[in-house]
Design a protein around this ligand. Structure first.
Ligand code: FE2
Length: 115
């Protein structure tokens, strides 16, 4: 049995300033605002470039991890929903939150932020 990821390799753009529109529209944007022991997390697909949201090209799901632990998953349908979701989490200061989203045509994309 292969150890290769079922959904393909993870794309991770480290320099969004010099990235093109293709990379920008697929990379999750993470806004995290700490309030005591809680963190309000907003995940949006696309860094200032919107991703298509049509039946033939869309984001079926977005997941949020604290370190390597999955803590939330959002399943989406095109047209009627938007790849822009919010959740409040309770994590220790210094925790790395990682968002992973899946494009039905272009695979897995990830971004991280420390909170
Ligand atoms: Fe895409």
């Amino acid at each position: 049995m292969s150890d290769a990821p079922i959904l393909g390799p993870m794309n991770h753009v480290t320099d969004l300033e010099s990235a093109g529109d293709f990379e920008r529209k697929h990379t999750p944007y993470i806004n995290a605002e700490r309030d005591g022991d809680k963190v309000r997390v907003t995940l949006k697909v696309g860094h200032y470039v919107s991703h298509p949201n049509q039946p033939d090209h869309y984001i079926p799901w977005i997941m949020l991890y604290a370190g390597d632990a999955p803590i939330a998953r959002f399943d989406l349908v095109p047209v009627a929903s938007d790849p822009d979701v919010c959740v409040t989490v309770a994590v220790d200061a210094g925790t790395t939150l990682r968002a992973v989203e899946y494009c039905n045509l272009h695979g897995l994309w990830a971004a991280e932020v420390e909170v």
